[in-house]
Design a protein around this ligand. Structure first.
Ligand code: BGC
Length: 952
């Protein structure tokens, strides 16, 4: 049904309209506004439309690109609705050149709009990299950061000046005493053996007659300590800088200043810096030895222009609370666990040494807890000059909320600021609801993502790991996509995935791969198909599928080879990590540990209780399905056919292996059922049995998850899809362990790696892997937006979306807003006093399928809409529910009397008080034989609950 506003009765609808014109906004080149330094040969342009009229569709458009006054590309007038990724098809783009872009559109209301933008190309090809990589004149194992410098003169008026820079290590540039750009940790982390990013900076306004350039280079990911065994030099033994400044003078001449043997090297105040261990900044030193530099060999063809958003300081947090811990340490509490460094402003006698140790939490005694950092020292040391000093660690990062300070007689908390740092992607989306705990959960998810999206998608921000685990990345991606604009972040990461992947070893556990374990396990491995697929679904840019297609094929072929002629992954042919950190393993990672002793659990304990090859094969099928669909989209008919057939073949084998003829699942865990139902792996006839078993399982655990990070993502969606939406609500509202709100109850400000990372008494689960800031269990964010607030995409890029809000008990109002590639999609739903109030906004050039509670499905074009209507639905939290224990209900005299009246015999049966009475109503219904508690009593129980909640 195609709905029109005036046809929508009985839903009452207010149609909001203001007088306006059509407007183009966010005209971007390669996802960026007015970028400089792009190296894409045929960049793509996208724009969004805004109009206060409803049902706006773009009818036609024209793009023109000029170099100066010269037209280099004209799309001509096109009668199309495409407003995303129009590819440049003009003259070959020149390096270091500015191009002006203009777009004109007309919509179906015959409104027109115009917008201008520009982009500037980078160095574009290897022959334009004139500079050399130069290394310092000190020993390989020098601890201090190298400081490269050179001076130069300018004696003509400048038209334009750009720096193109990169490093083996991480660098910071200073020109004439000022920091160049705002990026931290440049050049970012890529698979350096194949790809190294360079950055472009506009320094036209910063040059003078006499100029000095300084480049500080720290070990960073290139040479620094990374991984579990304290090893460094993963990519090379020596740090180096690459620097090329191109100055265009007003008189038309050009000068290039390059890193070469004319530079000098020295050291500066950064005496030590490692990502895990921290930084030493010494402002008391007056003299530094100077040495020469030498050219170092690094293949310049690996240089690529920076793709994604840089790491920046995005927020500054004041000290919330300062106190002396029982062990005498002075502790600063910043109130938020985050990836950050502390800036200190100090005026202390020369040589005063101030030591900051960082930790995520306090232990049960109230002292700083750092054991879960393992070997990461997370310690910064500042040595004062005697003047006013500003210390800000440059090349290290810590995951912390608390900091202990040593070395000051008196501590003024105002001297310390936590500078939050992570990839600075756009965060234009929002979610909120009227349940403060769920709201806090969302905030915790957001902070967890921000802490871990640190140029690569990391597993954790604090301990000696911080690696781009492929499994964690793919499982959290659907949630992450609601928190920020990640198209570029993942475009970059996928290039590295491709470069680390091989036909021989598959996709590694981490990308970039410094572990080189050569271990390939499902779920991690399958990131090669899942990540591009989800990125395509979100942004609608086919190029990600085109670029990643070979990688997807290689991923699937790898699994196919392992599976061999039997067709399935089996214990003999593949290793698996199962349902990572699930708590249903026979031994579980949750066995009690002697106080203060770290447990190093075996793989079996970490992998949960689900048959790990069932999970592996479900993922093999997931990858196969994605590949077949991708081949179809890319019109690769042969591959589409081959992989669809293979999918059917493997699916049959999967059913033969894991589902009995009568529809019983071989591994009857929550995760197995969730996976099989989510991916439609069971035959239709068997679904109900599997679903019922899943519900029974949840009833037996009093609605607590036993899942690891595989099951946790899928289970909520499965329940909502199969009419068990309120059951997800019940699970969500639990705040005892294991549950999402358990951590919230204990004051967590980020999501934990383990369900029971911290015990009720605030002591730690002494598991050697116990991060308090990890996104494996943060995947509920996906359900909160899609299934609760009710916004999701039906067609790639949200050109068609779905709006289907569904509240649960304890949440009477929820809103989510998401900046799709076309503009803002949002829905706010409130249900109070028997009335729904729903506000929706659908971006121009798209349409949405709207499914409001209790109403017929409708299809709507763009615009803002308000719906209001009566309902019998009620979501206020009630004291009694199906989860209430029968004996607790019977403590109320009203309920007791009702029960005795209606079921005199049953109510006197001692079995009720001593056995059934100890169970919840759902458990009685689902687990006890009807001969013990007859079905007719169920109605009585429901009546009692209603009587107690509503009084009638
Ligand atoms: C990480 C996990 C990761 C796992 C796989 C852990 O140490 O933190 O999230 O996926 O290792 O080996």
């Amino acid at each position: 049904m195609k709905a029109r506003h005036d046809h929508r009765d009985p839903v009452s609808l207010l149609y909001i309209r203001r007088i306006t014109v059509l407007e183009i906004y966010d005209l971007k080149t390669e996802y960026r506004k007015d970028p400089i330094g792009i190296d894409v040969k045929k960049p793509a342009f996208s724009w969004k439309l805004r109009s206060d009229l409803n049902d706006v569709i773009q009818k036609g458009y024209r793009i023109q690109v000029k170099e100066g006054d010269r037209l280099v590309y004209d799309s001509d007038q096109l009668s199309e609705k495409q407003s995303l990724y129009h590819t440049y098809e003009g003259e070959t783009l020149k390096p270091r050149t500015r191009y002006e872009v203009s777009v004109d559109v007309i919509d179906t209301h015959d409104e027109t709009a115009h917008a201008d933008a520009f982009f500037e190309t980078g160095l574009m090809s290897v022959e334009n990299f004139k500079a050399d990589f130069i290394t310092h004149g000190f020993e390989d194992d020098m601890e201090a950061c190298a400081l490269f410098s050179r001076t130069f003169k300018i004696n003509k008026p400048i038209a334009k000046a750009r720096i193109y820079a990169s490093a083996l290590g991480v660098y910071k540039l200073e020109l004439n005493g000022n920091r160049v750009g705002t990026m931290r940790f440049a050049p970012g982390w890529t698979s350096y053996q194949d790809r190294l990013q360079y950055q472009t900076y506009d320094v036209t306004e910063s040059l003078k007659e006499d100029n000095t350039i300084y480049a500080t280079v720290a070990n960073g990911w290139y040479k620094g300590i990374l991984g579990f065994y304290g090893q460094g030099n993963h990519y090379g033994k020596r740090t180096a800088i690459f620097f090329q400044m191109e100055i265009d003078y007003e008189d038309g001449t050009n000068e290039t200043i390059c890193s070469d043997e004319s530079w000098t090297s020295s050291t500066g105040p950064h005496r030590y810096s490692e990502l895990y261990h921290g930084e030493v900044i010494d402002f008391s030193l007056d003299e530094f030895e100077t040495r020469g530099v030498s050219v170092i060999d690094y293949p310049k063809q690996n240089l690529v222009s920076q793709i994604s958003e840089p790491i920046r300081i995005t927020q500054r947090l004041k000290v919330k609370h300062m106190f002396t811990a029982p062990n005498g340490e002075i502790i600063l509490d910043f109130g938020q666990n985050a990836s950050a460094v502390v800036e200190a402003r100090l005026k202390q006698p020369k040589g005063t040494k101030v030591v900051l140790r960082h930790g995520e939490d306090l232990d049960e005694n109230g002292n700083l807890f750092t054991e879960n950092l393992r070997t990461a020292k997370a310690t910064d040391t500042f040595i004062c000059s005697g003047n006013e000093d500003v210390f800000l660690p440059e090349f290290t990062s810590h995951g912390f909320r608390y900091v202990s300070i040593e070395g000051l007689k008196e501590v003024d908390p105002d001297d310390f600021t936590a500078c939050v740092q992570h990839t600075d992607f756009d965060r234009i989306n929002s979610f909120s609801c009227d349940n403060p705990n769920v709201d806090q959960l969302w905030k915790n998810i957001d902070w967890t993502m921000r802490s871990n999206y640190f140029d690569i998608p990391m597993d954790c921000p604090q301990r000696d790991e911080r690696l781009g685990y492929t499994g964690d990345t793919q499982i959290f991606l659907p949630t992450a996509l609601f928190h920020g604009d990640l198209a570029l972040f993942f475009r970059k990461w996928l290039y590295d995935l491709q470069s680390e992947q091989s036909d021989e070893f598959g996709v590694p556990l981490t990308v970039p791969d410094i572990l080189r374990t050569r271990t390939c396990v499902s779920i991690w491995h399958d990131a090669a198909t899942i990540v591009p697929w989800l990125i395509y679904q979100t942004y609608g840019d086919r190029r990600v599928l085109e670029e990643q297609f070979d990688s997807m094929v290689s991923c699937v072929e790898y699994s196919r080879r392992l599976a061999g002629k039997d067709g399935l992954l089996q214990i003999e042919n593949s290793s698996q990590f199962g349902d990572w950190v699930a708590i249903d393993a026979p031994k579980g990672p949750y066995r009690p540990s002697p106080k203060g002793v770290f447990l190093h659990p075996s793989m079996d304990e970490k992998a949960g209780g689900t048959d790990s090859h069932l999970i592996g094969n479900a993922y093999y099928l997931y990858s196969l399905d994605i590949l077949a669909k991708t081949a179809k989209i890319l019109r690769k008919e042969n591959e589409a056919h081959t992989y669809s057939e293979l999918y059917q073949d493997v699916l049959k084998k999967f059913r033969d292996e894991y589902i009995t003829a009568n529809g019983r699942l071989l591994s009857e865990t929550q995760t197995a059922a969730a996976l099989v139902l989510y991916f439609d792996l069971a035959e239709e006839k068997d679904r109900t049995r599997i679903l019922n078993k899943l519900i029974l399982n949840l009833v037996k655990t009093q609605k607590h998850l036993r899942t690891g990070f595989v099951g946790t993502e899928y289970l909520p969606h499965v329940l909502s899809r199969f009419d068990q939406h309120q059951l997800v609500g019940d699970i969500l509202m639990k705040d005892d362990c294991p549950s999402w709100l358990y951590a919230v109850k204990l004051g967590a400000t980020t999501v934990w790696e383990l369900w029971d990372g911290v015990n009720e008494d605030h002591s730690y689960n002494m598991f050697s892997m116990n991060s308090l800031n990890q996104y494996g269990f943060a995947t509920i964010g996906n359900w909160l937006v899609k299934d609760l607030a009710g916004i999701s995409s039906l067609e790639p890029g949200y050109v068609r979306s779905r709006i289907a809000p569904r509240l649960v008990s304890g949440i009477t109002e929820v809103q989510a807003s998401y900046e799709t590639p076309y503009g803002k999609l949002s829905c706010r739903t409130a249900c109070r006093n028997g009335r729904y109030q729903i506000d929706i906004s659908i971006p121009a050039n798209t349409e949405a399928v709207i499914e409001l509670p209790g109403k017929e499905k409708m299809i709507s074009g763009s615009g803002t809409y308000h719906f209001e209507y009566e309902t019998t639905d009620s979501f206020e939290e009630k004291p009694y529910s199906q989860d209430s224990i029968l004996n607790d209900i019977l403590k109320d005299p009203v309920a007791k009397r009702y029960f005795e009246e209606k079921e005199p015999e049953l109510s006197r049966n001692p079995m009720i008080r001593n056995f059934a009475g100890r169970l919840s109503i759902s458990e009685i219904k689902m687990t006890l034989p009807k001969t013990m508690v007859p079905e007719r009593a169920y109605q009585i129980f429901d009546d009692m609950i209603r009587l107690l909640n509503d009084g009638n």
